[in-house]
Design a protein around this ligand. Sequence first.
Ligand code: SF4
Length: 358
Amino acid sequence: MSATPISLPVPQVPARRAHVRTEPLQDIPVPGRKRVLLAAPRGYCAGVDRAVVAVEKALERYGAPVYVRKQIVHNIHVVTELEAQGAIFVEEVDEVPEGAHVVFSAHGVSPAVVNAAADRGLQAIDATCPLVTKVHREAVRFARDDRHILLIGHAGHEEVEGTAGEAPEHTTIVNSPEEADTIEVADPSRVVWLSQTTLSVDETMETVRRLRIRFPELQDPPSDDICYATQNRQVAIKKVAKSADLVIVVGSANSSNSVRLVEVALEYGAKAAYRVDYADEVKQEWLDGVETVGVTSGASVPEVLVQEVLEQLAGAGYRDVEEVRTAEEDLMFSLPKELRQDINGQKTERALGGRIRA
Ligand code: SF4
């Protein structure tokens, strides 16, 4: 993993015009001034940008099709656009023809998946976010120390499956604060907690608090597992939410961090909050009597989708847009090593236009 102090440019995934509303929202008067508070940071994180670029570069380098295990990132627009470029998304590696290139998604994979791909002779490109890989390494290390890992996260989410798969005998998944009250472990004196990277910070801390009541010797992870992008987007929407009559979160239903943003907005004072994939999903009735609309997007959402929502809102009279920025982000990651090894460094730098480091 490497970090350099440059800003990520706006992602180049184009808009799907088919999703732009044909009948615009109406500009119905409200008692006060209509405005939009636009949360920042929002949208693409460094791990998502890297994963999407990895698929694009694999297509460019090896030609279509390139197979991708699971959605490369949890955003339907991104997946659809990559499919149009020649990516084929599969659920498991046994659906990939022997010897073909397969990209592992940003959410990470268990060693069992890596081994299955190798057994099949697949040429794997691992686009797991380095911040997810960090949690995998922690899981391996704690298991080696014969600790029992309480993995706070959503069972069935790909990231949780991948992390738990590093040490399945040493891991118990804790889905919620309520579950913390009931789980059992063999040796309560040797427990450590880790977490999914995209959870609500507040809810996770509540889960940890309740775990510690049950297991006073609970060990903390060496550093935050909830990643910088998740935390930054939650901090920004908390600030927006307290002044917002309505919050619109752009993001897909299976995007954990996007769904968390809706919950956090409601918790921190928004009178209503909804998630949309596309601008045409914004409903007229959501705007009844609304003066201030907060807008944000999950870490897997291209900025173009947010701009389309702002266009829709402008048509309804919400033309006054004020950015509420709570942090600057300049993290970027190198391409997966398999791609770096396969692409001439100088050529890569030119082809990427400086978008991501090779
Ligand atoms: S949300 Fe966080 S952990 Fe997930 S890909 Fe983005 S930076 Fe990585």
